[in-house]
Design a protein around this ligand. Structure first.
Ligand code: UDP
Length: 238
């Protein structure tokens, strides 16, 4: 079936806290199921879906600095956390939602997940499998947002969907400032120069260089499908 949609291949960035439910910590079964159901409905739109999953619900490298832990080790622990999340997501997508998936990790763990190989990832996507990228970029001192930009560029994704707990990008934290103003559209450079903490500068620069738009929106019932059809409100960075 031909799709009239503007996107053929989408890179969905999910932060780890999305799997942690209200508290954003650990993995919450209901939150996991809700997210998997949204992903299934996006995939049903006849579009290729790749996902980069974060690990902040389990571990963030930067937080270990206060214990004097070596940052490199702490960051690798964060990358391992993303593999745990990826496996949880894969499991629920396959067992409850009947979609074929592959987890590909930047850090090789052949007993658990496939190693990341770009050409294989594209083959999986072309076969209709959802590909979950784990292990971030495979390097310390980076974030999974940068991994999202990197993978989006490598697989030639048409767009990055950054699904968050907030409905777009604001000039200040809307949970703390009732007068915070939401942007409908921003350029990559404006996002960096205004210091808007939606993605780090490395991730934004990579998207800018490859002209990949980023749609930031709130993950809720039906939002992924709406984002696909162009009716979801949020902020577009391009
Ligand atoms: N991380 C890393 N390199 C990467 C991606 C992630 O070192 O390429 C580590 C880093 O310690 C980070 C943790 O993994 O704090 C979890 O990733 P991130 O904070 O991006 O997850 P999210 O906020 O999206 O849940």
């Amino acid at each position: 079936m031909e799709t009239k949609a503007p996107y053929k291949r989408i890179l969905l960035k999910l932060s780890g806290e999305m799997l942690g439910g209200e508290g954003g910590i650990g993995i919450d079964g209901d939150a996991l199921e809700q997210i998997a159901s949204e992903i299934k409905s996006l995939h049903s739109c006849n579009v290729q879906v790749a996902i980069v999953i974060g690990g902040g619900n389990i571990w963030r490298g930067a937080s270990a600095v206060k214990w004097d832990m070596d940052r490199t080790a702490a960051d690798y622990m964060g990358m391992l956390a993303t593999v745990i999340n990826a496996m949880a997501l894969q499991n629920i997508l396959e067992s409850k939602f009947d979609v074929y998936t592959r987890v590909m990790s930047a850090i090789h763990m052949q007993e658990l997940v496939e190693p990341y190989i770009k050409r294989k990832a594209v083959k999986h996507l072309e076969k209709g499998r959802i590909v979950i990228f784990a292990g971030g970029t495979g390097n310390p001192f980076f974030t999974t947002d940068t991994a999202a930009s990197l993978r989006a560029r490598e697989i030639s994704a048409d767009v990055i969907f950054k699904a968050t707990k907030v409905d777009g990008i604001y000039d200040s934290d809307p949970t703390k400032n009732s007068k915070a103003k939401k942007f409908d559209e921003l350029s990559y450079l404006e996002t960096v120069s205004k210091g808007l903490k939606i993605m780090d500068a490395t991730a934004l620069t990579l998207c800018m260089e490859s002209d990949i738009p980023i749609l930031v929106f709130k993950m809720e019932n039906g939002s992924l499908k709406k984002a696909f059809s162009g009716t979801q409100t949020g902020t577009i960075v391009r």
